[in-house]
Design a protein around this ligand. Structure first.
Ligand SMILES: Cc1cc2nc3c(=O)[nH]c(=O)nc-3n(C[C@H](O)[C@H](O)[C@H](O)COP(=O)(O)O)c2cc1C
Length: 221
């Protein structure tokens, strides 16, 4: 079977867009596909410790943009100029309510042939959560790692759909969290992704890609 897409070509031709054309909007059908990518992103023990805040309107983007202030001001025009902006958030905890919600969803979705299988997975997931909470003491970091998987899916997927994107860690997360009321919802922002179509000021578009050579990155056993 010949694959219909060359994924390496997509990976090498995508870039972090540095300016967007504010006049160009992502068609809703394409944006729906990006939301499907986020929703279906894999996570350890299917923990899905994330939430995504989406801004498609100027008013929505205007709530996010001020978080790109001070040393991060260079990111503000990207947020305002993009067609859509997604704030990728991590949960601040995996509590019993979230664990129950996951198990109930998997049960509704037909993942468990019987109660014993359901109980086995419940226990396994709880053990992983406790491993990170108590023994490794890195539960917040573990949850953020899952969010970054969703970020990777989103960036590659956007490129595959012919869209431009810019991932951003350069923003005041405390200010954004307060503006979006995230702490009260047990969430915190991790990254922002601006999505749309590159504008004339996108200085990164014509530059060659730069990556370390394959022989330093891969060990072939
Ligand atoms: C997690 C993450 C955070 C980033 N933060 C920013 C940012 O705040 N502003 C920005 O212009 N680019 C940001 N970038 C873009 C990177 O600089 C860019 O991906 C990297 O230089 C590789 O270039 P390429 O994506 O064009 O191949 C970020 C990228 C990642 C993955």
């Amino acid at each position: 079977m010949t694959p219909s897409v060359d994924i390496a070509d997509i990976a090498t031709s995508r870039h972090a867009a540095k300016a967007f054309d504010p006049a160009k909007r992502i068609p809703e059908s394409l944006f729906e596909q990006l939301l499907a990518l986020l929703r279906n992103s894999p996570s350890s023990v299917n923990s899905q410790p994330w939430h995504f805040v989406v801004a498609a309107s100027d008013a929505g983007k205007a709530r996010i943009a001020p978080a790109a202030h001070g040393p991060y001001a260079y990111n503000e025009p990207k947020i305002r100029g993009a067609s859509h902006v997604v704030v990728l958030c991590a949960r601040t905890d995996i509590d019993a309510a979230h664990l129950n919600a996951l198990l109930a969803q998997e049960t509704r979705d037909g993942r468990y042939p019987d109660a014993a299988a359901q109980e086995a997975y419940r226990k396994s997931r709880a053990a992983y959560v406790e491993l990170h909470r108590a023994r490794r003491q890195d539960l917040p970091h573990w949850m953020e790692k899952q969010v970054y998987l969703a970020l990777g899916s989103l960036l590659l997927g956007a490129a595959a759909l012919g869209l431009d994107a810019c991932p951003m860690e350069g923003f005041d997360a405390t200010a954004l969290d307060a503006e979006l009321g995230l702490p009260a919802r047990g969430l915190k922002s991790v990254a922002i992704v601006a999505l749309g179509f590159r504008g004339p000021g996108d200085w990164n578009a014509p530059l060659p890609k730069s990556r370390l050579p394959a022989e330093t990155l891969f060990t072939l056993l």
